[in-house]
Design a binder for this molecule. Structure first.
Ligand SMILES: [Zn+2]
Length: 254
């Protein structure tokens, strides 16, 4: 109840001019939104920045502009439906650029191996998202590249909304879950087959598991929908129904 009242009060607060300058100058798609959607985004950014903690790593000093640019992109995912405000993400760690993370792997025979891996983003099941600032900044400005690390990691957080990261976000009803499973299973199976033939229609990382498939296809949905349409039109439609808008028509939707 306290959170509800606090969010309600935040929605009534004026959006700081300095934050607006950041949106207008450094977030490419912001200008395409209708005035109504711009206001909606602003109020969600205010809630996001009030509720999440940012921590600079590797010597990075987190500025107001960095926080706004991360928040804008995360909130874009929920701009057209009832927001969850990413309840499992409390802290965002920002590195200046790619960082090394240790991945734990189980080898045959039950041997556990720890492998250092270079990454630009990471989403933890409980509590945090880790991002490389240079990749975040570029993804806000350079549109239609098919890549966006913030959308990728916060898609994992949406996936996490049900309590498990399994490639299935919270959906409307039982029929929606059945449809999701059918469309995604078919598309993922076909992708793995295409990769085994040496054909790479989309980022092969999507073939790792259903969770990465959802995160990678979310990036494509917002940043290269024509690639997703060529890969699987039914999958494109599924994501359009889930996100509530076709990305290039951001400005028309309300
Ligand atoms: Zn991922």
């Amino acid at each position: 109840m306290l959170k509800f009242l606090r969010r309600h009060a935040l929605r009534k607060q004026p959006f700081p001019d300095a934050w607006l300058d950041v949106l207008q100058g450094r977030v490419a798609w912001y200008a395409r939104l209708t005035p109504e959607l711009q206001l909606r985004l602003q109020s969600r950014i205010q809630i996001f920045l009030r509720e999440k903690t940012f921590i600079g790593c590797g010597g990075l000093e987190v500025t107001e502009a960095m926080r706004v640019i991360v928040a804008a992109q995360a909130c874009r995912l929920e701009l057209h439906h009832e927001p969850s405000h990413f309840p499992h993400c409390e802290t965002i760690f920002l590195y200046p650029d790619a960082f090394v993370s240790t991945v734990t792997r189980m080898l045959p025979g039950g041997v556990i191996e720890q492998v250092p891996t270079v990454r630009i983003g990471e989403s933890w099941h409980r509590g945090s998202v880790v991002l490389a600032w240079n990749a975040v900044e570029e993804s806000a400005w350079a549109e239609w590249t098919g890549r966006n690390v913030v959308l990728h990691e916060f898609a994992h957080q949406l996936d996490n909304g049900s309590g498990t990261v399994d490639g299935v976000p919270v959906l409307r009803n039982a029929a929606a879950y059945t449809r999701w499973e059918r469309v995604v299973n078919r598309a993922l199976t076909r992708l793995r087959l295409q990769l085994s033939w040496g054909n790479v229609p989309i980022d092969p990382y999507a073939a790792q598991n259903p969770a990465e498939f959802f995160a990678v296809t979310t990036e494509l949905y917002f940043e290269a929908p024509q690639v997703l349409r060529a890969f699987d039109p039914e999958l494109l439609q599924l994501l359009e129904d889930y996100y509530g808008v076709f990305p290039v028509s951001d400005a028309r939707a309300a």
